[in-house]
Design a protein around this ligand. Structure first.
Ligand SMILES: *Cc1c(COP(=O)(O)O)cnc(C)c1O
Length: 223
């Protein structure tokens, strides 16, 4: 019941067009089913093995999103079923996803992960690298992926102004790419920003996919 209440409380504040990705990493199947029964269908996971085990034993109409750092040699395990990869952090990774997706005759929706935080450990393109890559249009030759938008994580800080500034910088890039390189590609429409501690700011700055774990499922045993 708690899980259902948390989901309802969070999503009732979302404007139209914003979707919840329930981040279920490190939580057991039973907990996921509670959210499923509340109507939640999009779940985010960050470990390949854990994701594959859950996918096999949970309802087939769940849309699984991958949100963690993706190693190239593990792409093949999620290609048959993944519905969105949020965490494309290099051109090489995107090319490899394309290659693996071609083998399975799938077209896989992907987001480009952009490094907007000040923390050094976060993966991703810089704003400038992302812009340059999109403008080169070589992604148009990758027939088995579609770039559905951008993803970013703000710095983990109490400084709201900084967090807002980081989200806004990604929002600006998103809008400008949508109107330029992706103008003829209506699928470019997702901006994945916001976690438990900063999602209201992310939504205020144009997020369309909010990735929330702790505020729904409680604390994880590991992070
Ligand atoms: C774990 C994780 C989240 C969810 O974080 P919470 O603080 O538990 O809401 C969101 N995005 C990514 C990329 C994560 O790894």
């Amino acid at each position: 019941m708690e899980v259902q209440e948390a989901i309802q409380k969070i999503t009732s504040q979302f404007p139209n067009g914003v979707q919840l990705v329930a981040v279920s990493k490190y939580h057991p199947k039973e907990t996921i089913l509670e959210a499923y029964e509340a109507g939640q269908r999009i779940f985010g996971e960050s470990k390949i093995q854990e994701l594959c085990a859950k996918e096999q034993s949970l309802p087939a109409d769940i849309q699984w999103h991958f949100i963690g750092h993706l190693q190239r040699n593990k792409i093949k395990y999620i290609v048959p079923f993944i519905s969105l990869i949020h965490s494309i952090d290099s051109v090489q990774l995107l090319q490899e996803v394309n290659k693996q997706a071609a083998k399975k005759e799938r077209i896989i929706p992907c987001l480009l992960q952009v490094h907007i935080a000040q923390e050094e450990t976060k993966y991703g393109f810089s704003l400038e690298e992302c812009k340059q890559f999109c403008m080169r249009k070589e992604w148009q030759d990758l027939e088995n992926i579609e770039i559905h938008g951008l993803m970013g994580m703000a710095t983990n800080t109490k400084n709201q102004q900084q967090v807002e500034q980081e989200f806004e910088s990604l929002h600006q890039l998103f809008c400008s790419l949508k109107e330029s390189c992706f103008q003829e590609h209506a699928y470019f429409k997702e901006l994945s920003m916001g976690m438990s501690n900063d999602y209201p700011l992310a939504v205020a700055h144009g997020s369309t996919l909010v990735r929330i774990g702790t505020s729904i499922f409680g604390k994880r045993a590991y992070t």
